[in-house]
Ligand binder design. Structure first.
Ligand SMILES: Cc1cc2nc3c(=O)[nH]c(=O)nc-3n(C[C@H](O)[C@H](O)[C@H](O)COP(=O)(O)OP(=O)(O)OC[C@H]3O[C@@H](n4cnc5c(N)ncnc54)[C@H](O)[C@@H]3O)c2cc1C
Length: 299
């Protein structure tokens, strides 16, 4: 059987924490895979004016993102435009699944940011019982069925269109300005969903003045909750629990940026991305030392 390529580090997320980690790892000439949006995070692109990042005077988010993209390109860093749908500790490293591929690595840095839209009551309770975060993973389960698609970003409309191509009926709930999804089986629903109801599985999505009878609900968010992405990951108040060196409770898995907690700021994200990268380097070195001494035979 052909052996899959194995990376030293996979970085999940191309925001400020992700780019900072990638730039630092690049200096160590490690084999890295960087997953995210090549344009970089919307939270960089869309900032009106950034005034508190050292080294750049008041700058628009769009200009800042362009500077960062140029810096990454200059050192030969590229973002692989894929979304991680699951990160699994395999005992000898990690398997990171995306909608299209499965990648292997020795360590992982989570730099996924936070979703600014609050979770809906019942979202976690019904996960896997009618609630999904991944159109390409679970869409086929809803062929010919009635679903609701709660979408928090225009960037996710392609995934919503894919769901509309499978389902008989889609209640589309865009939580952003100027949505443009259009298909004969798509009905727009305004307002914020309040609650999910059902007995064994999802049955209804409840709004203030309306109830939708549905077979499933897709939440298409820019960042799925970290504990959904990584089974067994310790979280505190919805954030990834980390030590000062950005280690999580899972050996070889590090986290940085907004996903580890407040304050939500570029400088904090950049600092943590840098620390996580250093910790990953140290971790890889310890594996290497273990290999030399005949330990880590399984790593
Ligand atoms: C409008 C606005 C203005 C702001 N202005 C300022 C400011 O002036 N100064 C300041 O310090 N801070 C500001 N902030 C806060 C700042 O944007 C965040 O603190 C910073 O972007 C956090 O960086 P991050 O890398 O942790 O997360 P993010 O920037 O959110 O980046 C995370 C990236 O990971 C991606 N991702 C998530 N899950 C996955 C996955 N499973 N697979 C692949 N990719 C994934 C996301 O789509 C996103 O692109 C502002 C925020 C907003 C929204």
């Amino acid at each position: 059987m052909e052996e899959r390529e194995r990376y030293d580090v996979i970085i999940v997320g191309a925001g400020m924490a992700g780019i900072s980690a990638a730039l630092t790892l690049k200096l160590h000439e490690l084999k890295i895979l960087w997953l995210g949006t090549p344009q970089l995070s919307e939270k960089i692109q869309k900032a009106e004016k950034i005034k508190n990042y050292p080294g750049v005077a008041a700058v628009s988010g769009a200009s800042f993102a362009a500077l960062l993209r140029a810096q990454a390109a200059e050192v030969g860093l590229t973002v692989t435009p894929e979304t991680a749908t699951g990160v699994y500790a395999t005992g000898n490293g990690f398997s990171v699944l995306t909608e299209k591929n499965a990648f292997e690595s020795r360590s992982v840095i989570l730099a996924t940011g936070v979703e600014s839209v609050k979770s809906v009551e019942g979202e976690e309770e019904f996960l896997g019982r009618g609630v999904s975060y991944c159109a390409t993973c679970d869409g086929f389960l809803y062929k010919g069925k009635t679903i609701a698609v709660v979408c928090t970003s225009k960037e996710k409309e392609g995934e919503a269109a894919y769901l509309a191509s499978l389902a008989a009926k889609v209640y589309f709930v865009p939580l952003y300005k100027s949505p443009s999804l259009s298909a004969p089986n798509v009905e727009y629903v305004g307002g914020m969903p309040l609650k999910i109801e059902g007995s064994k599985r999802v049955e209804k999505l409840i709004f203030k003045e309306r109830e939708l009878a549905v077979d499933g609900i897709f939440f298409l968010k820019s960042a799925a909750p970290p504990a959904v992405l990584v089974g067994g990951l310790a979280v505190e108040g919805g954030h990834v629990a980390v030590s000062r060196d950005m280690r999580t409770n899972i050996r070889g898995l590090f986290a940085a940026g907004d996903c580890t907690g407040r304050p939500y700021q570029y400088a904090k994200a950049a600092g943590e991305g840098n620390v996580a990268a250093h910790s990953a380097v140290e971790y890889l070195r310890s594996l290497h030392e273990g290999d030399k001494q005949g330990k880590n035979a399984d790593l």
